[in-house]
Design a protein around this ligand. Structure first.
Ligand code: UT7
Length: 337
């Protein structure tokens, strides 16, 4: 029997039906399908339509699907963490709203905001509660309704983002499966390059902030790109070296989907063939906290018990990190119909 670790024992993802294509964006701002495809790899993204719909609705669909497929009752859940930068409201936590909507009543829940690295931060946080033996079933949700904070008159950001989310169930494993190692980093000085200017305590909402379009994503793309492309690769190589993993040992890289060029560069630095890299950015764009669980969900039926998997992300903050885990089940047991 080895150390108690937190293993993912199920994953479910959800994206809204409405698809916003590059062609449609060509009619909204001065852009082209060619520019978006070559600079980012994105072809389309999903958008959550409907009044009164928020991130919790995405998370709720993901958690409902997860509970159903794993045969878990909401009463069994001890803790639910939601990683998001687009909470339904400033407070209470979106995690609480999701818990209420799915009938989780015996758990505590809270949100984590670490921008695009939030799902990794949340997984690592959740895993501590399992490793100590305190809790047995923990759900981590990564979900964002980015369309709520994207300025559809700004071509430099509106082509990048989409809405989606996913959820994983974490349970204890004493057979060597689960989260084995992680490296998480923050550099708060990077905040100047990627943030939302208004709506927080420094600059509360006012007519002026609305008129100045300050409630949207502000990103200096090139500056963020430079950091992202270096840091995501650095931290992925670091986790390989710390765990004596060669590229042959790794079954899958699950990268945050912000830009195809960043993903490819990370894979190259790790010495990984593209066939081992989960890439669905063309279908969803950057869904912030939704990217990594959505990849795990879409690839689930190809994952094998014992697969060595590296998760890697970079996001606003700046935040970045990587996780090394051993997959705990043959994914085809949940084969999608
Ligand atoms: O997930 C969180 C972390 N975020 C990231 O990792 C994003 C990192 N950054 C990026 O992925 C890239 O910087 C972008 C995709 C955002 C932009 O790509 P880029 O190659 O860095 O382009 P750029 O910002 O240097 O802009 C190049 C040109 C500019 O025109 P000029 O100044 O050369 O005339 C832009 O105005 O492309 C122009 N441009 C566009 N043209 C057509 C910017 N956006 C567009 C657009 N369509 N949508």
């Amino acid at each position: 029997m080895s150390k108690r670790r937190a293993a993912i024992t199920g994953v479910h993802g959800w994206a809204p039906d409405y698809i916003l294509t590059n062609k449609e964006l060509e009619k909204m701002v001065d852009t082209t399908d060619e520019w978006i495809t070559t600079r980012t790899g994105i072809k389309e993204r999903h958008i959550l339509k409907g009044e009164g719909k928020g991130t919790s609705d995405i998370g709720t669909e993901a958690v409902k699907g997860l509970l159903k497929k794993t045969g878990t009752s909401p009463d069994e859940i001890d803790l639910l963490i939601c990683a998001t930068v687009t909470p339904d409201m400033a407070y209470p936590a979106t995690a609480n709203i999701i818990s209420d909507k799915v009938g989780i009543k015996n758990a505590f829940s809270f949100d984590i905001n670490a921008a695009c690295s939030g799902f990794l931060y949340s997984l690592v946080t959740a895993s501590q509660f399992i490793e100590t033996g305190k809790y047995k079933k923990v759900i981590v949700v990564g979900a964002d309704k980015m369309s709520a904070v994207v300025d559809y008159t700004d071509r430099t950001t509106c082509v990048l983002f989409g809405d989606a989310g996913g959820a994983v169930l974490l349970e204890p494993s004493e057979d060597g499966y689960g989260i084995i190692d992680s490296r998480l980093y923050t550099d708060g000085s990077g905040r100047v390059h990627l943030h939302q200017k208004a709506g927080g305590s420094v600059k509360p909402a006012s007519h002026e902030t609305v008129d100045n379009r300050e409630h949207f994503v502000y990103q200096e793309g090139q500056a963020v790109f430079k950091f992202a492309v270096t840091k995501m690769a650095d931290v992925s190589v670091e986790i390989m070296e710390r765990n004596n993993l060669t590229s042959d040992d790794i079954a899958w890289l699950v990268p945050h989907q912000a830009n195809l060029r960043i993903i490819e560069s990370t894979a190259r630095r790790m010495g990984l063939d593209k066939s081992k890299v989960m890439i669905n950015i063309q279908k969803y764009g950057n869904t912030t906290n939704g990217t990594i669980p959505m990849c795990l969900y879409e690839w689930e039926d190809r994952l094998k018990k014992g697969d060595n998997i590296v998760l890697a992300a970079f996001g606003g903050g700046f935040t970045w990190g990587s996780i090394y885990l051993k997959w705990a089940y043959d994914g085809d047991k949940f084969a999608k119909k």
